[in-house]
Design a protein around this ligand. Sequence first.
Ligand code: ADP
Length: 459
Amino acid sequence: MKGLAPKITLAFLFAIIVTLLLYSLILNQSIDEQFNNYIHANLRANNEKIASALAYAYIEDGGWTATTGVDISTLVKYDRISLRVRDINNFVVWNSINLHYDLASLFSLQSNNDTTTISYPISVNNETVGFVDITYFGIIPLSDLDSGFRISINKSLISTGIFSTIFAIFLSVIFSSGITSPLTNMTKIATQLRKGDLSQRIEVSSSEDEISELANAINHLAETLEKEEKLRKNITADIAHELRTPLMTLQGQLEAMIDEIIIPTPDTLASCQEEVERLSSLITDLEQLTSAESASLELNKELLSLTDLTRNIVDAFQSQYKAKNITLSFYANKRCNIYADKGKLTQILINLISNALKYSCPDDKVTVKIFYSENNIILRIIDTGLGISEADLPYIFERFYRGDKSRNRETGGSGIGLAIVKSLVEAHQWKIDVASALHKGATFTITIPFNNIYQDNYD
Ligand code: ADP
């Protein structure tokens, strides 16, 4: 069977029919029981009536005669009941089988197993004057009214069953299509998404059931895919743009040399080499960015001293800082052991400390600090340099974003450094913030939470 709808319909039907069958069985059983009780009570009342009619005939006749109460046997013979009256000494007064030929022939066809006999005492003034043996066919004789009632109950049970089954089929089809139609809709949307139309979304109903959850998950997936797709397109455009500028310059210079407009001198060749270097550093940056963005998958964490590692990097930068006449200082807590990927942490520090150098002027100060705050270790790089404008501040961690374009041509940045830092920081599940204002320096703060910190730090 293909499709979910027929399967759900069948499951519903099966459940409903089984319930109906069980219900009918139980109902039938209990009706039977009630009906039997009623029949027995009826029978008892009838029999008592016969016994008291015979007692009345006894009183009328002043004792038993061969015809005392005989007319009663004529009355009940149509109900196929035979009566035998005995006196107190058990002598048979009369027997309706002997009186009615047709009843006798009817009873002679029956075996004893098919008849039931009940004996009743006949009492006059609380004294037993005889007995009546009442014999009838089968276990319980049903009057026409009784059997009619029984048949009509059975009929209505059967017709209710048939009607309920038809109604159940109808409901099952409605319910199953109610369940499957959102799924069919989702399949349609998912197919459109697969074909590349990432703008498609599923309408989510307000009910918080599994189907709405699935729809939300698909919508979320579509949103992520759409964002990724936009990002991919943007990156491709950015990379193309970044590659084109140095290549065009290079091409222009080389063409001019070929056309002998410029003569190749060491200076012109050096400028060509500069462009080639820009290209190769851009490619290195791109490689680093790619590996930074997949860093969370391949972090190689180890227990290391943040203080020692930072101090070594600061020391390595000192000569470059001195050359630009910028002071680089370092302050740290004695023990700051953390779990981190050494190579990636080194890259974070290099990018931030080199940015501080790039965007500071002679006589500026750069301070690298490591300290505890509540349950975190804080790594802070503070510079008194050029600072970042309010307009640039929200974007500086984005790929290829460069604060002040003209300034950056000079510094030769590609706008990838901070994107790499952010990816690496987040891969470690740390946090990075920046506080800055134009001409007022910049402060980059990395927060390393407690679960990354080696307990021994507090001893
Ligand atoms: P790049 O430095 O290669 O341009 P980054 O991603 O490292 O790229 O930085 C992005 C931008 O953020 C820079 O272009 C610059 O405008 C700004 N920036 C980064 N660090 C600093 C800093 N310490 N001081 C001032 N501006 C900064």
